[in-house]
Design a protein around this ligand. Structure first.
Ligand SMILES: Nc1nc2c(ncn2[C@@H]2O[C@H](COP(=O)(O)OP(=O)(O)OP(=O)(O)O)[C@@H](O)[C@H]2O)c(=O)[nH]1
Ligand SMILES: [Zn+2]
Length: 325
């Protein structure tokens, strides 16, 4: 559907006040906000200048969803003054979408976070024991979303992270190791100027990390704004924090695991360009899994063009779609 068709469904501002042209979006002049929390139909948005604005969806958006991370055009009162409410009139095209399939707890497939560049998979090397299946599933979710994965191994004072790190090396996934009160500079370099979503199961030390990265973070505040100090209180919904060294962290308590039923193997392989090239010769409909009799990845390994461990790791990820963790 072209941009023009899509716009045509919307009721626009009156033509007399703003002429309609084919090439120019209607709400050009409306400021753009970054959605940081969603709470019962109210969206907290941060404007480029740091101003925090509460908004609701304009009727013309219909069933179109607005999620954390969306860049939205705000019409109406976007002053952010007390008791004012702006209207979200447009959602900018999303660069990435982190989603979750329908599962037993929730029958609907949901987009969770838009436009985040990086998925930081937080896992402890011990206490609680790492769950490699869960890490694999998070990796699949990241690749599917078009996000860069980063593995952050915490509590390295308790055990040597090497064994776990070696599991992910063939995939070429970036990894960092951290410990409480330790040096975070490596992690900071990976987070700087990026929007990152944090995932990890309970007890791995996510809060400890976030508190160390953003010392003034109040866990219950949707967004802590340096200028106004204002924020919306949300204990259950997603938390977005501005990093003092540049960038944002999206910490979603709800994301502990991912339903991955929606992930298409033909899409997943695209995240591994060298492997994708080899699969040109696969039979039609090949999923490139272990049990495929004529998968060209096997030929590529046999002929020494790709690393066997890399293919095995890729297949492990592929298989993790079907397990539950
Ligand atoms: N030994 C050790 N313990 C740590 C480290 N980081 C965090 N912990 C401890 O691990 C426990 C869990 O840490 P949290 O930061 O609360 O973990 P979380 O992932 O936020 O857990 P939830 O709040 O349940 O989601 C706490 O007792 C921390 O003090 C670390 O690097 N080493
Ligand atoms: Zn194949």
């Amino acid at each position: 559907m072209s941009r023009y068709d899509e716009d045509a469904k919307y009721d626009r501002p009156k033509r007399r006040t703003r002429p309609r042209t084919k090439d120019r979006p209607t709400y050009d002049a409306a400021p753009i906000g970054f959605v940081v929390t969603r709470d019962r139909g109210r969206y907290t948005c941060v404007l480029n200048d740091g101003q925090v604005v509460t908004a609701m969806k304009a009727r013309q958006l219909g069933r179109k969803g607005v999620i954390v991370g969306d860049r939205v055009r705000l019409d109406g009162d976007a002053s952010g003054d007390k008791d004012t409410l702006a209207r979200i009139v447009e959602v900018e095209p999303r660069k990435t979408i982190l989603r979750r399939s329908a599962d037993d707890d929730d029958p609907v497939e949901r987009p969770l976070v838009a436009n985040a560049e990086q998925l930081v998979i937080v896992a402890a090397v011990a206490n609680p024991e790492p769950r490699p299946r869960l890490i694999d599933r998070c990796l699949v979710a990241a690749f599917d979303a078009g996000m860069r994965p980063l593995i952050c191994l915490t509590k390295v004072d308790l055990a040597d992270p090497e064994e776990l790190l070696s599991t992910y090396r063939p995939l070429g996934v970036e990894a960092v190791a951290t410990r409480r009160d330790g040096d975070l500079s490596e992690l900071i370099e990976q987070l700087r100027d990026r929007t990152s979503v944090l995932v990890g199961h309970s007890g791995v030390g996510k809060s400890t990390l976030v508190n160390a990265l953003v010392p003034e973070a109040h866990r219950a505040v949707g967004v802590v704004n340096d200028v106004t100090g204002r924020g919306r209180h949300t204990s259950t919904s997603t938390l977005v924090l501005q990093l003092p060294f540049g960038g944002w962290i999206v910490d979603t308590p709800g994301i502990r695991s991912f339903g991955l039923a929606h992930v298409d193997p033909q899409e997943l392989i695209k995240a591994f360009g060298d492997l994708a090239d080899e699969t040109q010769d696969c039979p039609r409909g090949c999923t490139h899994a272990d049990n495929e009799a004529a998968c060209a990845l096997d030929t590529a390994v046999a002929e020494g063009r790709v690393d066997a461990e890399r293919v095995a790791s890729y297949r492990r990820l592929l298989a993790s779609r079907e397990t539950r963790d």
